[in-house]
Design a binder for this molecule. Structure first.
Ligand code: G3P
Ligand code: MG
Length: 244
């Protein structure tokens, strides 16, 4: 039985609000999009935060590496002004704060375990999974990662019926099926531009929901629905709804 969503807001509604923030998730909800994709990593003190990059520069007024930061220093960052003056003072969201919001809004969450260079995938999974399993029901959760050891570690926390895992690939490799079987994957996620129809057919015929990132042009994307793609992860999923 599938619960895979058709429309997912990438890093929240990141076309309209600073990515991976509480405001971006509220914006998705306000726009009627009830699933979000977010990235999670650990600060230097082990606090899980919603953040994509290895460092602070692009999405905040801070500098340096995320894993050099404590939660106290993180709380003083401005993660909104880079996107627009209207977002000044937006905090870097901790996972705990984000889960509280998602629970209050009863949204679906595709949480990506983001293993940047030099980071420990097992520490990330072990810190995040208990919080996630406590906070979200299986029907409103998909945990994905490009990093197979992170997914394998996540699987140790719960069986498939409790924890849907998404195998995330830049380009789906020839041995995708065995990789999915190794972690009892629920879904396959890939870059929409690098997907080919034959591979899409193999995946959907095997019964896996197939989700594509990061697409923002519904016309260019249209053929993918015909290939069996079940969901799109977009900076602005509203344009896909408008396209029907
Ligand atoms: O989960 C899909 C997508 O978010 C993966 O790429 O770099 O945007 O995290 P990235
Ligand atoms: Mg991501």
């Amino acid at each position: 039985m599938t619960h895979a969503p058709r429309l997912i807001a990438h890093r929240g509604l990141s076309a309209q609000a600073p990515e991976n923030t509480l405001t971006a998730v509220r914006a998705a909800h306000d726009a009627g999009i009830d699933w979000v994709e977010l990235d999670v990593q650990l600060l230097g003190d082990g606090t899980p935060v919603i953040w994509h990059d290895r460092d602070l520069r692009r999405c905040s007024n801070g500098r340096g590496r995320l894993d050099d930061l404590s939660r106290y220093a993180a709380a003083r960052l401005d993660a909104g002004s880079w996107f627009g003056a209207a977002f000044a003072g937006e905090p870097m969201a901790t996972l705990a704060q984000m889960l509280e919001l998602i629970d209050a809004l009863d949204m679906g969450l595709n949480l990506e375990l983001k293993v940047n260079r030099g980071r420990d995938p097992e520490a990330l999974a072990d810190r995040v999974l208990p919080m996630l399993l406590e906070a979200r029901p299986a029907q409103r959760l998909i945990v994905s990662s490009f990093h197979a050891p992170a997914l394998a570690r996540a699987r140790r926390h719960a069986p498939p019926e409790r924890l849907p895992l998404g195998a995330l690939f830049e380009r789906v490799p020839g041995d995708w099926a065995s990789r999915c079987e190794a972690i009892d994957a629920y879904s396959v996620h890939t870059d929409w531009r690098r997907l080919r129809p034959a591979r899409a057919g193999e995946i959907t015929q095997a019964g896996y929901p197939l989700l594509c990132y990061t697409a923002n042009d519904p016309i260019a994307f249209a053929s993918r629905w015909q290939w069996g793609v079940s969901g799109v992860i977009s900076d602005d999923p509203r344009v896909f709804r408008a396209a029907g």
